[in-house]
Design a protein around this ligand. Structure first.
Ligand code: MG
Length: 367
């Protein structure tokens, strides 16, 4: 995307969540994100940086991303220079890439999904259930999401809250349910504990367990794949196409969750292509995105190699009926429509944007 970059606005937003979302690593009570609004020679583009307010999930925080953009990435982009001499800061870089692509595609009148070669008009909806205080609450949540039409329900687990959680969810759905059941450990198990977990969940017919062991523990995942029957999906591990190729070559996983917010659009496409080449399943991985990031997630989810249902949820799941930054994404017969408008196909609603913005900063070529 070679259009001259004139100005970037960095907007920190804070949206209340309908319910707190707890994982093995972090509890989120409000969604904070950094939005980018770029002005280029082509026009205006938007993106959502999915870095979080704390380093519990990925090390890169919103403040890290903001400073990396302001002090390192944007000065290079204003000068038309390569970003290759900046290491790390992948969420910041991904957001800048997305905003520049959005500006260009809006000018050309091309939808992001079309530009990516993603042909599906709609994708199956999936939802994540956070760690909850008791199993009755969990069963009610599972029942509500199943009746809302979700086709995959993924339960967050951690040591001590795992087999009982998954057994309760399976009991609620029933053994032959068409709704797939999955688990996500967010890397919270050591190798022995992970093996012990898999021994006890083998008969629950799970779609997969996401990221049982730590992100950097590739060898532990290789051993798990050799010894267990439940499919293993890597998420936090997959920080680049190089890592994805390594994981595929070493058979460290049966599936990969593609996080476009972590990887960026170009690298997400390369990870997708690596999955296709390696003949392993890919699925779209969500980051509790607002409507801006959700639009990019859906475009990637529409790629042909995304063979399994992932984390594409309706806006209402996190922000309530009228709480998202954009027009809401809604479930229709278990599916979410992929945006067809130019670029991301969505924009912030001005009144919501001003309601949720807690800080803003304008960066120009002159600093
Ligand atoms: Mg995950």
């Amino acid at each position: 995307m070679g259009d001259a970059l004139h100005e970037v606005e960095l907007l920190r937003v804070r949206l209340p969540l309908v319910t707190p979302f707890r994982t093995a690593r972090v509890t989120t009570t409000a969604k904070e994100a950094l939005l980018l609004r770029v002005r280029t020679a082509a026009g205006i583009g938007w993106a959502e940086c999915t870095a979080q307010s704390t380093p519990a999930y990925d090390g890169e925080t919103i403040d890290d991303a903001r400073l990396a953009l302001r002090d390192h990435l944007l000065p290079r982009a204003f000068a038309g220079a390569s970003l290759d001499d900046v290491r790390g800061h992948t969420a910041a870089r991904a957001a800048l890439e997305c905003a520049l692509i959005d500006a260009r595609l809006r000018a050309e009148g091309v939808a992001l999904a079309v530009w990516l070669g993603a042909g599906r008009a709609a994708v199956d909806a999936g939802v994540a259930v956070g760690l909850l205080d008791d199993l009755d609450t969990l069963r009610r949540a599972v029942a509500a999401y199943a009746s809302a039409g979700y086709r995959r329900i993924k339960c967050k687990i951690e040591p001590g809250h795992d087999v009982d959680v998954l057994a309760a969810a399976r009991a609620e759905l029933g053994p032959g349910s068409e709704v797939e059941l999955a688990a996500d450990a967010n890397g919270s198990y050591g190798p022995d504990a992970a093996l012990h977990l898999f021994e006890r969940i083998g008969d629950l017919a799970l779609q997969c367990v996401e990221q049982p062991c730590a992100p950097e523990a590739l060898a532990e995942h290789v051993r798990l794949v050799q010894h267990v029957s439940t499919p293993i999906c890597l998420d936090e591990t997959i920080t680049s196409v190089a890592v994805a190729n390594d994981a595929i070559d070493r058979r460290a996983c049966d599936a990969i969750a593609i996080k476009v917010g972590r990887l960026g659009i170009g690298e997400a496409l390369r990870v997708h292509d690596a999955c296709v080449r390696g003949a392993i399943d890919a699925l779209p991985g969500g980051m509790l995105e607002t409507g801006i990031g959700r639009a990019a997630l859906l475009a990637v989810a529409a790629l042909p190699g995304c063979t399994r249902t992932g984390d594409c949820s309706a806006s209402e799941r996190y922000f309530g009926v009228d709480g998202d930054l954009t027009e809401p994404f809604v479930i229709d017969d278990g599916r979410l429509r992929v945006p067809t408008g130019p670029g991301l196909g969505v924009e912030p609603i001005p009144e919501r944007l001003s309601r949720y913005t807690v800080a803003r900063e304008r960066v120009t070529a002159r600093g």
